[in-house]
Design a protein around this ligand. Structure first.
Ligand code: FRU
Length: 497
């Protein structure tokens, strides 16, 4: 089989050719979700960064567009964001359509080679055709100068409707910095957050900062999503988050959430190794109101070695992020966007499966496990380990499940096929610690040719990872020593092309 047949995802976004990392500049306008990304079209490793571009009507089926923003010689276009400037606060609009304003990091390779500090600054570009073609704001760039910090990048801009201002968050080495503006062109420093708070195993990158409603109430909170590399939950790149309040100048963690951060060292948006630099979409209509997120489904530990060559890098499934409150505890949950359900072409349902030791749940005769959503509810858990296994006839397997003696979820790709392209790819088993003994465990799992995304208990814990089996997995089974009770099994075939 060709690499295209074996490893091109069925429904996760990949560029036709070349290298891709972080998602950038996502916004919605005129019926389309726009997604830009860190892109090097001429090679399959990281290189001179462009903003690649793709669009979708539903965040599931993507149509690649011409490259949106090109670097100038040695001046790479790094990560950043875009907003719909509805009131033309920037004055960059021409009146026909809402101007789209992108602010990104301009990274100067010449200065980097000279070991200078002021390598990174924030530049602006704008579009007057809903994001298809862009103009660099030559006369006004940079809009944020480098203040003498080497790692100073990845601006994410949002309209703060409470304080009627644009707010920018950016990553400044070991902290997030906040700026404000009335016109997107002049920015004033406000405050910073995060030095000595949360995970600091590596440089902070790609933050996101937004206000969000607590599910089922009118209360709102502010969320800071903060990627870092290395130092992620299970090694390498990872994304943590913080919940609190913003008074227009300063972000302060909620007291209970701060205690949780202290106790757990960091609270993670995803415990898997392959969800990095993710941020949310701008300009989602208020009639919709969702917070929509996508991440880069890879990890700097091995991203440049994964065994695809024509293209490298894919995105996670687009997700809805919600803020829930239990007692006084706030947390984020993530789930696949509902639009994916449109592509269900066949459903197998089973009320319950009971048995001892090993039970087969489904085989490829019934469902193609390279494009499927699998749901089930494990009931009456004992102090035992429940292991789900995806396997093929080549003897390869990907296992995941719940250890209810030591209280964690796990995902093990050590025997999943090609792993030796990097020492770091499968050197450890991924774990997500659970609060304590679980009586029941609800799983939603999204399977593609080279990825698994596990949404546990309605997205309270998420594990996203990639794998490269030499043959497709053809069976899903479950085993445990003390017997299994699996309820509400719903297996959906997806048909997306
Ligand atoms: C994160 C990152 C960003 C940077 C971009 C460069 O993966 O390192 O901080 O802007 O990638 O491609």
């Amino acid at each position: 089989a060709t690499e295209e047949q074996m490893y091109r995802p069925n429904f996760h976004y990949t560029p036709k050719k070349g290298w891709m990392n972080d998602p950038n500049g996502m916004f919605y306008a005129d019926g389309q979700y726009h997604l830009y990304y860190q892109y090097y079209p001429d090679g399959n490793k990281w290189g001179p960064m462009h903003w690649g571009h793709t669009t979708s009507k539903d965040m599931i089926k993507w149509e690649e567009q011409p490259i949106a923003i090109y670097p100038d010689k040695d001046k790479y276009i790094f990560s950043g964001s875009a907003v719909a400037d509805i009131n033309n606060t920037s004055g960059l609009g021409t009146g026909k359509t809402v101007p789209i304003v992108a602010i990104y990091t301009l990274h100067d390779m010449t200065k980097e080679k000279e070991n200078k500090i002021d390598v990174e600054q924030q530049d602006l570009a704008y579009s007057n055709d809903n994001g298809f073609t862009w103009q660099k704001f030559e006369e006004g760039n940079p809009v944020v100068k480098n203040p003498g910090i080497r790692d100073f990048r990845d601006p994410k801009v949002t309209w703060d409707k409470t304080h009627k201002q644009w707010v920018m968050v950016l990553a400044a080495q070991d902290r997030a910095q906040f700026y404000k503006s009335t016109n997107l062109k002049n920015w004033e420093y406000l405050s910073d957050f995060g030095k000595n708070i949360g995970a600091h195993g590596g440089v902070w990158e790609c933050p996101d900062f937004f206000q969000i409603k607590v599910e089922g109430s009118n209360e709102t909170k502010w969320v800071l999503i903060q990627s870092l590399n290395p130092g992620g939950a299970n090694g390498g790149s990872g994304t943590q988050y913080f919940i609190g309040d913003f008074d227009g100048t300063t972000f302060k963690q909620d007291v209970n959430f701060a205690q949780r951060v202290e106790k757990e060292k960091a609270v993670w948006l995803d415990y898997g190794k392959d969800n990095y630099a993710g941020v949310t979409w701008d300009n989602i209509p208020s009639t919709d109101g969702r917070k929509l997120f996508i991440g880069w489904m890879s990890n700097w530990d091995y991203a440049q070695q994964v065994p695809t060559f024509a293209w490298r890098g894919s995105m996670t499934i687009a997700r809805e992020i919600q803020l829930i409150k239990k007692g006084n505890e706030y947390s984020l949950v993530s789930n696949p966007v509902k639009e994916i359900n449109k592509y269900i072409s066949k459903t197998i349902k089973e009320k319950s499966l009971k048995g001892k030791e090993k039970i087969s749940i489904v085989t490829s005769e019934k469902i193609d496990l390279t494009k499927a959503i699998v749901n089930f509810d494990l009931k009456n858990l004992k102090q035992d380990t429940y292991t789900f296994t995806l396997s093929n006839t080549a003897g390869e397997s990907l296992t995941f499940g719940i250890n209810n003696s030591d209280h964690y979820l796990f995902l093990d790709r050590t025997k999943s096929g090609k792993t030796d392209f990097s020492e770091k790819f499968a050197s450890t088993i991924t774990k997500a610690i659970l609060d304590g003994n679980q009586e029941e465990a609800v799983f939603k799992i999204i399977l593609d040719k080279t990825s698994i995304e596990i949404f546990y208990n309605n997205g309270e814990k998420v594990i996203t990872e990639i794998f490269f089996s030499n043959q497709p997995f053809t069976e899903l089974s479950v085993s445990s020593n003390q017997g299994i009770e699996l309820n509400d099994i719903v297996i959906n075939q997806l048909n997306i092309n």
